[in-house]
Ligand binder design. Structure first.
Ligand code: GDP
Ligand code: MG
Length: 385
């Protein structure tokens, strides 16, 4: 007994060392999560160094919730990395702006161009789409189809092979028609090639865009930094859009893209459909990155669908961290009403939207019902632990 007391006393006097251990453990854990979320290794290391400078070990020793303090500091650091310090160019309604989209093939440029146009059209803008992708067969048809569906004017050619020429003609045409948002879709290549960057440079020089948007697939992993940097070196990228956030990737590459282009993320793509497009919001994005779930969004949803008289009890349990399978079961019934199930699930910590892929809502509902059946066969002990 005497030994353990003296050990305890010694530990107390060595509190700083202990807290440093907690800090390191916590950092290591979060580092793993961030690397898995595709945050660039270099950025993670820099963040680690910063955290060690910021987190005051004496504060930790004072017996506050150590993990909360460390987590909060990391959260803030990640938010800071995503903030390049200046907003991107914002087009003004009624005044013509040229917006050029760049990115590798398959990153989602053409889809995102239409989403961007559609988003603004709904807000009363007069957008137009120009197809300057003469590299990929079928590129013009794809843009034309998208544009027609959204009733957005478009410009392109099946025969002209010079992207610069089409881009210039398209921009001039729509300026004459008083469009206030002239969106130029460009071609990509499977790989970063000199020819692609030269083409981007020429299109940009000829159309003189007000804003160049780099479109990045959230699943490109550690390649994000080099890719973003390569585009930034040939055209003056001023904003980033991250696509396919509905998939399993957490999009940590966005941090690299911001660092490489010194530009903010402005929107994210969350599906193949035209309206699956959201203004970028840094806090839920970072929460997801850390696997913390988007609690604030989730709470809002709960307020929407959980019957009023059940809310206080549920929120109490959630805040205590007692989110048992029993509660889950009860809430599944409500969740079924929450709609886009994939979105609801991506807000829950530990769940990914992959579990409930978008566009397959029926299937997802069937899955939830299956989980409920499985839970029906569990004992109360399992459900409530
Ligand atoms: P581009 O080659 O850069 O023009 O890319 P596309 O716009 O043609 O997109 C490539 C593929 O990604 C298409 O099948 C799109 O439907 C798909 N896509 C684009 N954005 C998203 C998104 O946010 N989510 C999902 N799930 N698919 C997307
Ligand atoms: Mg395309």
């Amino acid at each position: 007994l005497g030994g353990s007391i003296s050990r305890a006393i010694q530990q107390m006097s060595n509190a700083t060392i202990i807290d440093e251990k907690v800090l390191n453990e916590c950092l290591n854990e979060i580092t793993r999560a961030l690397l898995q979320a595709d945050v660039q290794f270099k950025l993670v290391r820099e963040m680690q160094t910063n955290i060690k400078k910021i987190v005051n070990l004496d504060d930790l020793a004072a017996g506050h919730n150590k993990r909360r303090i460390i987590q909060q500091a990391i959260f803030n650091e990640l938010c800071k990395i995503l903030d390049p310090g200046k907003p991107s160019f914002t087009p003004k309604k009624g005044k013509p702006s040229v917006i050029m989209f760049v990115g590798l093939q398959g990153s989602g440029k053409t889809t995102t161009c239409t989403k961007y146009a559609y988003y603004h059209q709904k807000k009363g803008w007069k957008p137009a789409l120009v197809c300057a992708d003469t590299f990929r067969a079928g590129a013009f048809d794809q843009l034309k189809q998208n544009a027609t569906k959204a009733k957005i004017p478009f410009y392109g050619s099946y025969t002209e092979s010079d992207p610069v020429r089409i881009a210039v003609e398209g921009v001039e045409t729509f300026k004459k028609e008083n469009c206030d948002l002239i969106i130029v879709d460009t071609s990509g290549r499977h790989k970063q090639e000199a020819a692609l960057f030269e083409e981007m440079r020429q299109v940009s020089e000829a159309t003189n865009p007000d804003l160049v948007i780099f479109v990045m697939d959230s699943s490109i992993g550690q390649a994000a930094f080099d890719q973003a940097q390569a585009f930034k070196q040939s055209v003056s990228v001023g904003a980033v859009i991250v696509t396919k956030m509905d998939g399993h990737a957490k999009g940590g590459g966005a941090l690299s893209a911001v660092a490489a282009t010194k530009s903010p993320v402005i929107f994210i793509g969350t599906g193949e459909h035209m309206d699956e497009f959201e203004v970028f919001d840094v806090k839920p994005f970072v929460s997801r990155l850390l696997g913390m779930g988007d609690w604030s969004g989730f709470m809002d949803k709960i307020h929407e669908v959980v019957p009023m008289d059940q809310q206080p009890e549920l929120l109490q349990k959630l805040s205590e961290g007692n989110f048992t399978l029993r509660i889950m079961y009860e809430q599944f019934q409500n969740i079924l009403k929450m709609g886009p199930i994939g979105q609801v699930f991506s807000m829950l910590p530990g769940f990914s939207s992959e579990l409930m892929p978008k566009g397959r809502e029926k299937e997802s509902q069937a899955k939830i019902k299956r989980y409920m059946t499985m839970m029906d066969s569990m004992t109360n002990e399992v459900l409530c632990s």
